[in-house]
Design a protein around this ligand. Structure first.
Ligand SMILES: [Ca+2]
Length: 289
């Protein structure tokens, strides 16, 4: 039950130190689109690992080994590689390029050690091969689908919340979380958002695939409870739905964030449990500097 108590508290913790721009053939467009999406290692019927790549992030989940989350603060290209560098003291790097065992349609990656100099990449670093699978195993899709969606949605949130446009942050949250497309959020849609956050927290925390499953199992119930709390706390007109207007209620200063390039990893400090989560997410995104 540790997970049940800790997952929400630990959710949304891929925070980062202030971003220091280093101009060196940086690619502002994110990871090339051809390299994004879900990749698998081993046979498609029973993959050993999965790699989810978005514009500015990658999540590797394995059956036996700890998972790993990269949130790229800097992306550059060199010698055919796209090289993403994460934040924090460790500044982990992930290198990606087309190729590997699956040929031109495949993906090859390297995770160089921290001490390896940028001009010596990839050096002796072991390369990993990934392939596309026409239909990922159902169990994997069930386990990682919402998390993958959340990871991608996060970049849209960051783009909306960093724009400095009044209401853009709340609108981005509603737009990303609104599955039914009616422009307002229900308990189920909030719970899905929280489950996605729980997945990301588990992957970021280095969980194995089994541990991700356990933490999601515990988090599902907590997610529904938290979503109900959120609803009661933010649904001012009591219609059982949360609108962008209700999200921004009493938060006139939230849109004062300076502009930033779309999709940069921003600070998500201040994200609290339960009812404070969405507010905290919004404020953390908006006030990251
Ligand atoms: Ca809806």
């Amino acid at each position: 039950m540790m997970q049940a108590r800790s997952w929400l508290g630990a959710a949304l913790l891929f925070l980062a130190l202030p971003f220091a721009a280093q101009a060196q053939s940086e690619t502002g467009a994110g990871v090339p689109e051809a390299l994004r999406g879900a990749w698998f290692a081993g046979e498609c019927t029973d993959p050993e690992a999965m790699l989810l790549v978005t514009a500015r992030a990658a999540a590797r989940v394995e059956a036996e080994a700890p998972s790993r989350l990269f949130r790229f603060r800097q992306l550059r290209s060199a010698a055919g590689w796209t090289i993403g560098t994460g934040g924090g003291a460790e500044a982990p790097r992930l290198m990606l390029r087309p190729g590997g065992e699956a040929g031109a349609a495949g993906l090859e990656t390297a995770e160089p050690e921290a001490k390896l100099r940028d001009d010596r990449l990839p050096g002796e670093t072991e390369l990993a091969s990934w392939r596309r699978c026409p239909a990922p195993p159902v169990a994997l899709a069930a386990l990682h689908g919402e998390g993958a969606a959340f990871l991608a949605a996060l970049e849209h949130l960051e783009a909306g919340c960093g724009s400095g446009t009044p209401g853009a942050c709340a609108a981005a949250i509603v737009a990303q979380a609104d599955v039914s497309g009616d422009g307002v959020l229900t308990v189920a849609e909030l719970a899905r958002l929280l489950r996605g956050a729980a997945w990301l927290a588990a992957v970021e925390g280095g969980a194995t695939q089994d541990a991700v499953a356990i933490s999601l199992g515990a988090g599902s119930l907590a997610g529904i409870l938290s979503a109900r709390l959120l609803m009661e706390s933010l649904d001012y007109d009591g219609d059982g739905r949360i609108s962008a207007g209700e999200l921004t209620q009493d938060r006139v200063g939230f849109a004062t964030a300076p502009g930033t390039a779309a999709g940069r990893p921003l600070r998500l400090d201040g994200v609290a449990e339960g009812a404070g989560m969405l507010r905290g997410l919004m404020e953390g995104l908006a006030n990251w500097r």
